[in-house]
Design a protein around this ligand. Structure first.
Ligand SMILES: Cc1ncc(C[n+]2csc(CCOP(=O)(O)OP(=O)(O)O)c2C)c(N)n1
Length: 558
């Protein structure tokens, strides 16, 4: 059997249903095999989007997303998408073509050292030099991508390895020395954590992105309810806890809710679940520690423990297992602490900050659009965002009710992620609406995916908060650079409605809140991708926020 055939067979054995990709010289043989395979191929217009689509597919399905490109420029175009997935722990298996083994290192046409390039931005990468290695390589790739802390894995396949034949053995499982992802949490650490949480006066839970990856929503909610502990979410953890729950304080950190930022500095014990303590979540580390907060850190990745902050009790393992075990211990101890005083304080701070914004006027503003969008969309709608003010407004004003339905490039902050990720999400979940909340700059970066969504019949909705500037940068120039505005004006080019129409999608520009509601209703019924262009003021700022490098308590409210 040829290497190319073995690759496709191995992918089938991993139950791969879809590949996002774009062919070229060094991967022709694999595409030829794909012709006869029962695997859907989705043609992208730029390989970056193939990686983001595979990423969106993976985040929603919690299975590895697969993308495939040719060598050289095809492979390098994947880089931003791989780095995005790596930073957000999303499982992708990327397959790249490579020049024949005899030409490697000879500057051959379309040769690039993608193994070297991708090493720091993948969990693992491999280049089989003999076709017989392919079945095991694929098995390893899926195993490594999806176990432990998930992440992207790249397989680089030289052309001759695809062509040559060998006897193939397809393994059913794989064991890798030194890689032990199934760590069982230490029961004594869980018992200590339970004691610390029960003796706390002001406990709080900080839920990170790993709760979404581990599908540990119910377990998290059960622990929070048992402890009567308020829950804040990191940006990646947004939507890991229902934002309409009485214990929810919403997102914490740079663009967090003020009540979340205030109350976390008053908590005495913090149960941090699957969060990497990003500076964006907890602000300046020294100030966070100085609050005297005691930290219990549950995470699957031991290298996260004490990377950024000192931790009182570390618990390593799958957070779904940890939370299940923790709940059992808490119930067994049968101690219910009276939290009235703490919860009254929580309520007081909530009331102090909530509903500060005047949403009454007729004028279109970003917060109003997002609150209206929440009203209009069914609760199971999957939402992705781009990067910039649009992302921060979504974090602040779009409440996620059904856990695991909100996805953004939180680690790398990749403009252009949201739209292709939305397409990948829709492939994974064709029966629910999928909406990308976008800025005009970000959408422009991968707008060519309109071709994919139209031709491949993957209808999503894009809501562009169109301020005709690179808004987040413009806001910083206004606030920190004395209004010396440079390189931010996008001049409303292109016309987003015409752009959508040029690709065969539906484009709607709205001038009022009523028109916006009508457009969303129309889009929800449409079987073609709809771009809703919402002109907003180029001067609109996102508030509140914590200036990078400062403490949560110093958040700027307006
Ligand atoms: C690929 C990439 N390039 C540059 C940046 C830096 N950056 C962060 S936000 C932003 C502006 C985003 O503008 P737009 O997409 O229009 O969204 P807005 O902030 O206006 O909502 C830029 C340039 C980035 N995050 N990603």
């Amino acid at each position: 059997m040829s290497g190319a055939k073995a690759l496709i067979k191995a992918l089938k054995r991993e139950k791969v249903e879809v590949i996002f990709g774009l062919p070229g010289g060094a991967i022709m043989r694999v595409y030829d095999e794909l012709y006869d395979a029962d695997i859907r191929h989705i043609l992208v217009r730029h390989e970056q989007s193939a990686a983001h689509m595979a990423d969106g597919y993976a985040r929603v399905s919690r299975r590895a997303g697969v993308c495939m490109t040719t060598s050289g420029p095809g492979a390098t175009n994947l880089v931003t998408g791989l780095a995005t997935a790596y930073m957000d722990s999303s499982p992708i298996v990327a397959i790249t073509g490579q020049v024949p083994t005899s030409m490697i290192g000879k500057d051959a046409f379309q040769e690039t050292d993608i193994i070297g390039i991708s090493t720091p931005i993948t969990k693992y990468n491999m280049q089989p030099r003999d076709p017989s290695e392919i079945p095991l390589t694929v098995k390893k790739a899926f195993y490594i991508a999806t176990t432990g802390r998930p992440g992207p894995v790249l397989i680089d396949l030289p052309k001759d390895v695809q062509d040559k034949t060998a006897d193939m053995v397809f393994p059913d499982s794989v064991k890798i020395r030194g890689y032990n992802p199934d760590v069982q949490p230490d029961p004594s650490a869980i018992a200590k954590a339970a004691d610390m949480l029960l003796s706390a006066e002001r406990p709080m839970i900080m839920s990170g992105g790993g709760v979404i990856i581990a599908n540990a929503f119910q377990e998290l909610q059960a622990v929070a309810e048992f402890l009567q502990a308020p829950v804040v979410t990191t940006f990646k953890g947004k939507g890991s806890f229902p934002e309409n729950h009485p214990l929810s304080l919403g997102p914490v950190g740079m663009h967090g809710h003020p009540e979340a930022n205030k109350l976390i500095t008053e908590a005495d014990v913090l149960l941090a679940v699957a969060s990497r303590f990003s500076d964006r979540s907890v602000g300046r580390f020294d100030d966070f520690i100085a609050t005297g907060i005691k930290i219990i850190h549950a995470d699957i990745d031991p290298s996260e423990i004490e990377k950024n902050l000192p931790v009182h009790i570390p618990i390593i393992g799958d957070v779904k297992v940890i939370l299940t075990e923790l709940l059992k211990v808490l119930i067994k101890k049968a101690i219910k602490k009276d939290r009235t005083k703490w919860l009254e304080r929580v309520e007081e701070v909530k009331q102090q900050f909530r509903n500060r914004q005047d949403l009454g006027s007729k004028e279109i503003t970003a917060p109003k659009i997002l609150k209206k969008l929440r009203e209009l969309l069914p609760i199971d709608t999957i939402v992705t965002t781009e990067v910039g003010q649009n992302q921060m407004w979504a974090s602040l004003h779009f409440d996620v009710i059904k856990p695991g339905t909100f996805f953004s490039s939180t680690g790398l902050g990749t403009m252009g992620f949201g739209f292709p990720a939305a397409i990948g999400a829709k492939v994974a979940c064709p029966n629910v609406p999928v909406v990308d909340i976008a800025g005009d700059g970000s959408f422009g970066m991968t707008a060519n995916s309109l071709a994919t969504s139209v031709l491949e019949k993957i209808p999503v909705i894009v809501v562009i908060l169109n301020n005709s500037v690179l808004g987040m940068v413009a806001q910083w120039q206004r606030m920190f650079y004395n209004r010396r505005m440079i390189a931010v004006d996008l001049h409303n080019v292109p016309d987003m409605v015409k752009l959508a129409e040029a690709y065969g999608a539906q484009g709607i520009r709205v001038q009022s809140m009523d028109e916006f509601s009508k457009a969303v209703r129309l889009a929800l019924k449409s079987d073609v991708t709809t771009v809703i262009d919402v002109p907003i003021s180029p001067e609109e700022n996102v508030f509140p926020f914590v200036v990078p490098g400062s403490a949560l308590k110093d958040m700027v409210l307006a």
